[in-house]
Design a protein around this ligand. Structure first.
Ligand code: BTN
Length: 261
């Protein structure tokens, strides 16, 4: 039994970071870590403050969907104060940090589906949600919310069984959530601090996307668009090339990958 508690001391003691995870707020059960992180950010919480819970009762997904996070999940939100210029990079660095951490702790290889779903063997193992409060060109706060399916079996959740997986399902054993979280926090800080150095986060994110070059269907608002996912821009948007040669820039949407390229 590797399952461990997520109390602040377990997560933060001797953590090799400078600010991300140096303050951890833990609740056994919450509606959503995003709600608490937003409240903390509005009260002026320090950059790098992390809100963690063992169980969310109203987890939030992208595009106003619900996010299931039963006991055994990782559900956390990180408060940051980036410059507005780096806001689009948060999606990229969070996705990369999750992929790196899963690989370091479990040896499992994962992929990124645009914009920020993390997949193992074509099934979703992690979702990422970014919220920000921007006034003029000043970011008052940004919050990265990360949900990872770790120590629960999808067979208990038939409603998502065909599209989701967990680390425990993939490995056939439980994984230390504390190890994954500690690795993730250090990795996010490393990538965040490297943003001013240049293009590496964008380039690695782009190169790891399973979406590019594939025939896709994208639900964006009420529209359903089809084409080849041709490229991604530095602002995170996806360029979709239609069969008639025209193209559409997609800022947010839900991608289904066709299996034939
Ligand atoms: C998605 O893929 O739709 C994004 C899911 C994001 C889930 C995480 S879990 C921690 C944080 N709290 C939430 O309510 N949502 C994010």
């Amino acid at each position: 039994m590797v399952e461990n508690n997520l109390l602040p001391a377990s997560v933060a003691d001797n953590l090799e970071s400078h600010f991300i995870g140096q303050r951890v707020i833990y609740y056994p059960r919450l509606t959503s870590t995003m709600d608490v992180a937003r409240r903390e950010a509005q009260r002026g919480a320090a950059e790098g403050t992390v809100v963690i819970t063992d169980e969310q009762t109203m987890g939030k997904g992208r595009l106003k969907r619900a996010w299931l996070s039963p006991r055994g999940s990782i559900a956390l939100s990180i408060i940051l104060h980036p410059s507005v210029f780096y806001l689009p990079s948060l999606i990229m660095l969070a996705s990369l940090a999750v992929v790196h951490s899963i690989e370091t702790i479990t040896g499992l290889e994962s992929q990124i589906k645009w914009p920020n779903d993390i997949l193992i063997n074509d099934k979703k193992v992690c979702g990422i949600l970014i919220e920000s409060d921007v006034r003029g060109n000043k970011v008052v706060y940004a919050i990265i919310g990360i949900g990872i399916n770790v120590n629960f079996r999808l067979s208990a959740f038939p409603e998502i069984l065909s599209t989701a997986t967990s680390l425990a399902d993939e490995l056939g054993r439980d994984v230390s959530r504390v190890d994954v979280i500690r690795c993730l926090l250090v990795e996010i800080e490393k990538l965040y601090l490297a943003l001013p150095d240049g293009e590496s986060v964008y380039e690695e994110w782009r190169d790891r996307l399973v979406t590019l070059g594939r025939k896709v269907q994208i639900k964006s608002g009420k529209a359903i668009l089809e084409g080849i996912a041709e490229s991604v821009a530095r602002d995170g948007s996806l360029l979709l090339r239609h069969s008639n040669g025209s193209s559409t820039k997609i800022v947010a949407g839900d991608v289904s990958l066709h299996h034939n390229k």
